[in-house]
Design a protein around this ligand. Structure first.
Ligand SMILES: Nc1nc2c(c(=O)[nH]1)N[C@H]1C(S)=C(S)[C@@H](COP(=O)(O)O)O[C@H]1N2
Ligand SMILES: [Mo]
Length: 375
């Protein structure tokens, strides 16, 4: 096995019927941590609790010497230091970020990759320059179709050595709605190393893979980008040979703030009989969330929850709440979000080879204690 690298360019391997999570998956899970779900209580995820996903190593980067190049099909190339970026008007947006692989480890069969349950999410206030301003300054030439973003991290993935690179269609990059940011601030401070210090892309409403960290180059291209993370990874495939649809915007999801208190090993929630205030968050990258329903009988019946907060923060998760009267015994709680375009969450797993865009409704096992048992 000494010099073996993973197989070239196919989609992720599928785990066998009885195959548990391997030490390789555990190593990924330990590096790429999720947001503890109790942190759903915060409007903005506190530092260190936001999920992290990094394909290769976190590069060691200094903002003092950082330079961002912008070139390709433009009238004049730009070379931008952090101070140059800060000279543009700053825009701050509250954005909920979610990994496209969120929910993957719950799939059957399981695609072997970063084994997320449902915790690959977080919300931050990102500050930076609108990308369209930098592109306007450089002057996009006719014929441009894609804008390619390169991170400073480097690795090998399924046999392909690469810099982390992703592209956006020109209309999305120039769009203004959502405002794509070249961000240098997170929650009012410089970006931490794991979130892309000193500069990253932020694409509100799109899954995480589009938000390129440690951004060092922007290239406007007159041909569609076919790099690994665009053409091989992050596509919705049923069969290994399918071309597949690209992964883009975040499908709706609602999550519960875990009610009661947990059992250490099983993480089963424990509550006492009576009124339990159920609360959570919901978001969608397609359109604003218009409804959340809650079930306490494993999805057989649903009750409408109250949506809280205004609709002013379009790209951030929205709080919701509903009281539940808990009775002694075992229960399974679920929540389901629907957005203004009618997208909702399935009750059956939306399976694909990469385990992307799996917004199957969450199932939260709860044990309600029986006071007559002396507990
Ligand atoms: N340069 C670079 N950017 C990257 C990645 C990466 O590995 N390298 N991972 C992407 C993926 S898959 C996700 S989900 C988000 C995670 O962002 P976060 O770690 O700040 O939460 O970053 C994206 N940007
Ligand atoms: Mo991701």
């Amino acid at each position: 096995m000494g010099h073996r690298l993973d197989d070239v360019s196919g989609p992720a391997r599928l785990a066998g019927p009885e195959e548990g999570v391997s030490q390789e998956e555990l190593a990924l899970a330990a590096r790429n941590h999720g947001m503890p779900l109790e942190a759903l209580r915060y409007d903005v995820t506190p530092p260190g609790l936001h999920y992290v996903l990094t394909h290769y190593d976190i590069p060691y980067t200094a903002s003092s010497s950082w330079q961002l190049t912008l070139g390709g099909r433009v009238r004049r190339s730009l070379l931008l230091a952090i101070a140059d970026l800060k000279a543009y008007p700053a825009v701050t947006q509250r954005v909920t970020l979610e990994c496209a692989g969120n929910g993957r480890a719950l799939l059957t069969p399981r695609p072997v990759s970063q084994p997320w349950l449902v915790e690959a999410v977080g919300t931050a206030e990102w500050t930076g320059v609108p990308l369209r301003m930098l592109l306007a300054e450089a002057g996009v030439e006719p014929g441009a179709v894609d804008v390619v973003f390169t991170g400073a991290d480097h690795g090998v993935e399924r046999g392909v050595e690469q810099d982390y690179q992703r592209a956006l269609p020109l209309d999305v990059a120039m769009g203004g709605e959502p405002e794509v940011l070249v961000a240098y601030g997170m929650n009012g401070a410089p970006l931490p190393p794991q979130h892309g210090h000193p500069v990253r892309l932020v694409v509100p409403g799109w899954y995480g893979m589009a938000h390129v960290k440690w951004l060092c180059d922007i290239t406007v291209s007159d041909t569609p980008f076919t790099g690994f993370q665009q053409a091989v990874a992050y596509r919705l495939r049923q069969g290994a040979g399918d071309e597949g649809e690209p992964v883009t915007r975040i499908a709706p999801r609602a999550l519960l703030i875990p009610p009661g208190f947990p059992d250490f090993m099983s993480r089963t929630r424990v509550v006492r009989p009576g009124t339990v205030a159920l609360e959570g968050r919901a978001w969608s990258g397609h359109a604003p969330v218009t409804g959340v329903e809650v079930s306490w009988d494993a999805g057989r019946s649903w009750s409408a929850a109250h949506l809280d907060g205004g609709s002013g923060l379009r790209w951030a998760w929205r709080p919701w709440h509903l009281d539940w009267t808990a009775t002694p015994g075992h229960h399974v709680l679920s929540a389901r979000a629907t957005d203004a375009e009618g997208h909702t969450q399935p009750l059956e797993q939306p399976w694909n080879r990469g385990g992307f865009v799996n917004n199957l409704v969450q199932r939260v096992p709860v044990l309600c204690l029986d006071p007559d048992d002396g507990t």
